[in-house]
Design a protein. Sequence first.
Length: 180
Amino acid sequence: MARSHLICLGLILCGALASIAQQRQPIRVGGNRQESKLIHKVEPAYPEEAIEKKIQGWVILVVTVDEKGKVAHLEGVEGHPLLVQAAVEAVRQWRYLPTYLDRKPVSIMSTVVLLFRLGSRLVFDQKGILRSEEEGIEGDALIPQLKGRLDTVIIQASADAPYRMLEKQLRVLKDHETIC
């Protein structure tokens, strides 16, 4: 009789421990549900070496967010190592609202997908002309090409480019809402 009570007590105890262990594991949520609770986002810096080597693409991270909404653990699942490192450095600074289950804060796991895409490269030459070498467009003809683009526009100014003309050209682009 005592042995059967011991076995029952052991089963109950194992069940309780399994339940406690299960509650401490991060809960897997979908990207949209957790994304809506993101309260602080840091955009990743595009690594200079990746720009020079023309590396672009997707980075996929698995993120564990603790009960307080802080990123507790990150794991790069896919992407070029240079881009993954930049993504990890940025996402580590993200903050979320706490996620609750049965009115108790819980840690969650989520997938974060970031796209690193090289933007347009413009050249501002020594004559004061801004042009896209890729598309062969220059001056004011660039404005419709740049308007509404979401990618990064990199302007490389020649060392002997007239500074005042560059400043004026940047003001024109900003006035046309093609750059921030």
